[in-house]
Design a protein around this ligand. Sequence first.
Ligand code: SAM
Length: 264
Amino acid sequence: MTIDKLDTGVPHPARRYNYWLGGKDNFAADRESGDLLAKAYPAARTAARANRAFLRRAVGFLAGEAGIRQFLDIGTGLPTADNTHQVAQRVAPESRIVYVDNDPMVMVHARALLTSTPEGQTRYLEADLRDPARILTSLEILDLSQPVALILVAVVHFLPEHARSVEIVRTLVDALPSGSYLTMTMATTDFLTPELKASWDESLRTGRSDVHPRTRAGFEEFFTGLELIEPGVSAISEWRPDPAAEEHPTPVEASLFGAVARKP
Ligand SMILES: C[S@@+](CC[C@H](N)C(=O)[O-])C[C@H]1O[C@@H](n2cnc3c(N)ncnc32)[C@H](O)[C@@H]1O
């Protein structure tokens, strides 16, 4: 599987997401695409922040309550505040994290992801989620005989074929030992008004969007055979919300499903 070369004229999810989060690592094409999508779905920026907040809470849970010390974060995004290793290593400095993304811009900025504590380790792998075999054979610092938290946050919805995406996630989960965790978020139009849903569908049909939403039933398929952690499949803003957070978006504003599950 080839990795896209850095083409600043073509919008890319990592840079568009960076734009929505208020970052500076994006180009005109990313901002244009971000504004177009935000027209079809006005809460896009709020959803991006809510997604990042979910990631923070989920990693806090995994490193804390669940006692996980190894993380495989695929679809990492451009470094920003509270990257997975920072959240995990605040709880457990010995945590080891492998980041994976297919955007060459993320590779350029990867140094910021490699600021591990001395007790832990971080690595960056430029690879594609659609090639799970390559990812699984490149995890040098992870010991696959010990539990791993697989993190697929706001990435699987870039894969348009649902059955294939379920298969890819299954391949990854199958390679991990009992006691491992799957953490996912994924765009959905389930919470949207018919008008907003139609607008999103239209963006997809006309090629302005590359985000392929799933229904609740579609999202739940990824967790077959796994034990969902309370509160189960939820709107991301309703998954263990932080009462001290500044923002409390509604499920309509943060239109992504989120869940954390344990492999028995
Ligand atoms: C919306 S960002 C999410 C970033 C981070 N996971 C978060 O939630 O804050 C999606 C990321 O997935 C990456 N991505 C999209 N498709 C991918 C693929 N097929 N393989 C690997 N990474 C991919 C993009 O480059 C981007 O960095």
